[in-house]
Design a protein around this ligand. Structure first.
Ligand code: OSB
Ligand code: MG
Length: 370
């Protein structure tokens, strides 16, 4: 595939319901999409950077500049055989993993479509159906949260994850467990606790959680290992795992028992596959995280989730939980037993609705050859 041009665009999509984590509340997503134009084929990628640098140090406006000034020019005019070939071309740019992933993932999609195979097969997937959980944000009241959990359980989701922070944790988990003693339940702190909270975190053990996701500092592995020794509940690392080396360090230090893989956070499919393999080697199960993606990113998360070691339900759920109208066709639907069936069509198996995307676009810029 010869890369002739890359279009960056920002679309705005209001969320059906606000999403609140320990770092803030989001009502509307500003989503950066890239289109890689390869001789008549338009390949799509989503940059999962948030509106602000609060989850990680990347955010949409920084990612836009990284893509426009460095990453798009690094691959422009090149003829590549495979998506993974852009990794060395990006290597000189430090960080900016979410920006890199947007182009790399689009190129994997292009490769899959050019070679007429489903993306999940190209990635090395083995599952025909993936297990789905949901991530439920902090609500105004515990009653509202319980209502949301009831709705998601009725829809069939296999695992409930709730966001926690100091002041919205033990009491909330207690109420959930009173109502549902046996469901697969986990919590995600998005780095809201410190070493001063270890005694407090020990109270979480009574709730038999599947995991506690990212309790401590977003850039730490070592202290998580220290805290993991104090807890019965497995720690799951999200923010801290930026690449396969981090995964290896976390495994060797016993900093976690589970890893959340987000393809954007680790810089693209190539690195996501490496993280997957390292975790498998160390018998650490993984699951696919979400970043409130539009259909473009969601469809790619589905493909990744078919790999063997994705043995726990991911945060990959139905389009309608986020959007009134998604930008892919068909939209992502989840079965009554909480699964998504994977398509055998070339690429992701979902069609990108370019007409709708055009209507949602608030800014657009094309980087061309020469
Ligand atoms: O930590 O997993 C997280 C959303 C934005 C930023 C960070 C996280 C999340 C989620 C949402 O938990 C998962 C989803 O897409 O449903
Ligand atoms: Mg998380």
């Amino acid at each position: 595939m010869k890369i002739e041009a890359i279009t960056l665009r920002e679309i705005r999509m209001p969320l059906v319901h606000f999403f609140e984590t320990s770092f803030g509340r989001t009502y509307e997503r500003r989503i950066l999409l890239v289109t890689v134009h390869c001789q008549g084929l338009n390949a799509w990628g989503e940059c999962v950077a948030g509106e602000d640098p609060f989850y990680s140090d990347e955010w949409i406006d920084g990612a836009w500049l990284a893509l426009k000034d460095y990453l798009a020019p690094a691959v422009m005019g090149r003829k590549l055989e495979a998506g993974r070939e852009c990794v060395p071309l990006f290597a000189r740019v430090r960080g900016h993993r979410m920006a890199k992933a947007a182009i790399e993932n689009a190129l994997w999609d292009a490769e899959a479509r050019e070679t007429g195979q489903p993306l999940w097969k190209l990635l090395g997937g083995t599952r025909r159906e993936i297990a789905c959980g949901v991530s439920i944000g902090i609500q105004d009241t515990v009653e509202q949260l319980l209502e949301k959990i009831a709705t998601e359980l009725a829809a069939g989701y296999q695992r409930i994850k709730v966001k926690v922070k100091p002041g919205w944790d033990v009491k909330v988990l207690e109420r959930i467990r009173q109502k549902w003693p046996d469901i697969l339940l986990s919590c995600d702190a998005n780095s809201a606790y410190t070493l001063d909270d270890v005694a407090h975190l020990k109270h979480f053990d009574q709730f038999k959680l599947l995991m506690i996701e990212q309790p401590l500092f977003n850039d730490d592995i070592y202290l998580h290992a220290r805290v993991q020794r104090e807890l019965k509940t497995r720690i799951c690392l999200d923010e801290s795992i930026r690449n396969a080396r981090d995964a290896e360090m976390a495994a060797e230090l016993h900093a976690c028992g589970i890893v959340n893989i987000k393809v954007g956070r680790v810089g693209g499919f190539s690195e996501a596959l490496r993280v997957h393999d390292i975790c498998q080697l160390h018998q650490i199960p993984v699951w696919c995280g979400g970043m409130l993606e539009s259909g473009v990113g969601r469809a790619q998360n589905i493909a990744l989730s078919t790999l063997n070691n994705f043995s726990l339900p991911g945060d990959v759920s139905a389009s309608k939980r986020y959007w009134k109208e998604d930008i892919i066709e068909p939209e992502v639907t989840v079965s009554a037993k909480g699964t998504i069936k994977v398509s055998d069509e070339p690429g992701t198996g979902y069609r990108v609705r370019e007409d709708l995307i055009e209507k949602l676009t608030v800014r657009k810029e094309t980087v061309r050859n020469g």
